[in-house]
Design a protein around this ligand. Structure first.
Ligand code: SAH
Length: 255
């Protein structure tokens, strides 16, 4: 197996593939003005970009009566998402699309909400915002989580790590400016909860690492992947006062 196949295998059994939580989603949805009363005859059209196995897709469909188009590069994740949707009686509200976030095959103004948790970094926040805003209908809302510096200065070890892994990491003020420069006006911002990292992502991931290593005992790539995940978890626990996921909610300005 190559590195990508191994990464997919490590993450495919998880409820989610990046930091986030139901409580954080509810908070973001409230800021985005989504109505949790399922009474609405027709819920919003949402595109969930980089949906993974669908933690947010399922919650958005279930709680907000949304019609969700869930896009991810990996069909293995989408298969899991479809199984979860069927099990939850939500299959008719969810469409999965195997596709690349840099080249989304939808006409302009197709959605009320563009939602993306822990995924826009794959193309970069600035490029993602610029490319995805056209998908919004007038008054539509973009909800993005993005790795963010929480302080103006920080220890060298974490500064060097993130500048190597994701040079676009920046402060919330800088990320908000990017939104504003794209004609998106801020509706809300918060820092993702610690539970979103620990209980919902890192702790379940840690629990899978030993069996993953045992399954791939002969693979140097697998042990590199595990070393990388453990390093990332340790860095979070050491330096979590200095960085986090910012959750950005911004509405398309109407002219
Ligand atoms: N939103 C999910 C997954 C976050 S992990 C959650 O919060 O649990 C990032 C996801 O982005 C992965 O599922 C990965 O397969 C997907 N991804 C990475 N590059 C992509 C691309 N170019 N286009 C679409 N999806 C991509």
């Amino acid at each position: 197996m190559d590195e990508l196949e191994l990464l997919v295998e490590l993450h495919v059994d998880a409820d989610r593939q990046g930091p986030g939580s139901p409580t954080d989603l509810d908070l973001a949805a409230g800021l985005a003005g989504l109505d949790s009363g399922r009474s609405a005859a027709r819920g919003p059209d949402i595109i969930d970009i980089g949906c993974g196995t669908g933690a947010s897709t399922i919650q958005l469909a279930e709680k907000f009566n949304a019609k969700v188009t869930a896009v991810d590069l990996f069909p293995q994740f989408l298969e899991r998402l479809e199984a979860r949707a069927s099990a939850g009686g939500l299959a008719d509200q969810i469409t999965t699309i195997e596709g690349d976030m840099t080249d989304l095959p939808f006409p302009d103004a197709s959605f009320d909400v563009v939602w993306s948790e822990g995924a826009v970094y794959n193309m970069g926040f600035a490029a993602g915002v610029a490319a995805w805003k056209r998908l919004l209908r007038p008054g539509g809302v973009m909800v993005l989580s993005e790795i963010t510096w929480l302080t103006s200065t920080r220890p060298a070890e974490i500064d060097e790590h993130w500048n190597r892994e994701y040079p676009e990491i920046d402060t919330a003020a800088a990320k908000i400016s990017i939104l504003e420069n794209n004609g998106l006006s801020l509706r809300g911002f918060f820092v993702l909860s610690e539970a979103g990292w620990e209980e919902h992502y890192y702790q379940p991931l840690e629990g899978r690492l030993n069996s993953f290593l045992a399954r791939h005992a002969d693979s140097a790539i697998a042990s590199d992947i595990v070393d990388g995940e453990r390093r990332e978890i340790k860095l979070f626990r050491t330096y979590r006062d200095f960085f986090g996921y910012g959750v950005y909610v911004a509405a398309l300005e109407t002219d």
